[in-house]
Design a protein around this ligand. Structure first.
Ligand SMILES: [Zn+2]
Length: 129
């Protein structure tokens, strides 16, 4: 079932924050990350393919729109601010990310409620934000 339409969310953010300059592909992941995965990955950006992959677990009525939007926004920023040496999230990146009005409450939701998305929450699954 489609809860969120990624392309329209992308277009909206692109217009609001990037002057519609970003040309990227956005899609849901096909399957969940492997069970052995040590962290929960909500989104990834591949600079070679210019493709953002969003965890399909976010395509759920359990997840508020602002959370999906902030994860997508975060991945879009990776297309704008490339990594510097070993830093994925540079100061410029972090500063820009906080411009999103829902940044704080999205982070809060992720910390408190992300476990809702996992039917069988593994014990002590570390969460990397
Ligand atoms: Zn990131």
């Amino acid at each position: 079932m489609q809860v969120y339409e990624l392309n329209s969310l992308f277009d909206r953010l692109n217009r609001l924050y990037f002057d519609s300059q970003l040309k990227l592909i956005v899609r849901w992941s096909h399957r969940s990350p492997p069970k052995a995965s040590r962290s929960i990955v909500l989104g990834t950006y591949n600079d070679k393919t210019k493709c953002i992959t969003m965890s399909r677990r976010l395509n759920s009525t359990l997840v508020p729109l602002y959370v999906v939007e902030c994860v997508l926004f975060h991945e879009m920023l990776h297309a704008v601010f490339p990594r510097e040496e070993h830093r994925m999230h540079t100061e410029k990146f972090n500063k820009f990310e906080r411009m999103h009005p829902d940044f704080e409450r999205a982070r809060k939701w992720e910390k408190e409620s992300i476990k809702l998305l996992f039917e069988k929450p593994q014990k002590a699954l570390p969460f990397v934000s």
